[in-house]
Design a protein around this ligand. Structure first.
Ligand code: KIV
Length: 262
């Protein structure tokens, strides 16, 4: 899968399947399941590290996880989130950090948050050969400025701003744009107007593809239940059941039995 395929598939109306992964084991499993793109999201900072937001994620942390995922992913396109403050301070710093991600992880593209304000940074990255996935709508790195994790683009002014943001990113050369928590009709309209492939999360079925956070999709994170989330498994209960049974058997002295001993 290449960044070019995103555009070819958009033109052909073929949906693009994206999922997050944070380690080699799940990278291999989702690649074997046939997803088209694996995102090493800075959501790792909340989902695995237990932090309250993505804001404290570091570049070193993202590189560490992306290197791990790379060892598992063979076929899907590998995209890595640039963490907060690794690309906003200056263009030079943004290029160096994005370049480090590609050099040190073997990923094929980076993702960054922000619309028109980031367009020149996106252009500069694309010009030196770094493919960029944009991210607009609810941008978690701006959660405090946005006043919480809320649907974006419900009123005319913010809907128009999102149209401008998507157009600016596509014009700057982003091959794809994540639309997070955007009303379905607006996301469908953005999708039909921009050249970049749109990937929705909480943005309805009219996007060119969809992304979900893997532990959410698998039902591992059962404390998190936003409206858009569909769980395709209930692994949290299964983990508790399996580990509970193991604990019971160890305490009862029934594990290991002769079949599991040398
Ligand atoms: O960090 C992440 O996992 C993301 C997806 C939710 C798009 O940005």
């Amino acid at each position: 899968m290449t960044t070019r395929d995103f555009l070819v598939w958009k033109a052909a109306g073929r949906k693009i399947v994206v999922v997050t992964a944070y380690d080699a084991l799940f990278g291999r499993l989702v690649d074997e399941a046939g997803v088209d793109c694996v995102l090493v999201g800075d959501s790792v900072n909340q989902v695995l590290a237990g932090e309250p937001s993505t804001l404290s994620a570091t570049l070193e942390q993202m590189i560490y996880h992306a290197r791990s995922v790379r060892r598992g992913v063979r076929r899907a396109l590998l995209v890595v989130d640039l963490p907060f403050l690794s690309y906003q301070v200056s263009r030079e710093e943004a290029l160096r950090n994005a370049g480090r991600v590609l050099k040190e992880t073997g990923a094929e593209a980076v993702k960054l948050e922000g619309g028109a304000a980031m367009a020149e940074t996106v252009r500069a990255m694309v010009e030196i050969g770094i493919p960029v996935m944009g991210h607009i709508g609810l941008t978690p790195q701006s959660v405090h400025a946005l006043g919480g994790y809320r649907v974006q683009g419900r009123d005319e002014a913010t809907a128009e701003r999102l149209q401008r943001d998507a157009a600016a990113l596509a014009e700057a050369g982003a091959f794809s744009i994540v639309l997070e928590l955007v009303p379905a009709a607006l996301a469908a309209s953005l999708t039909s107007r921009v050249g970049a492939a749109t990937i929705g999360i909480g943005a309805g079925a009219g996007c060119d593809g969809q992304v979900l956070v893997l532990p959410d999709l698998l039902g591992l994170n059962d404390a998190f239940s936003p409206k858009f989330l569909k769980r395709y498994a209930s692994l949290a209960g299964e983990v508790r059941r399996a580990v509970g049974q193991y604990a019971d058997e160890v305490r009862a002295g029934s594990y290991p039995d002769p079949d599991h001993s040398f």
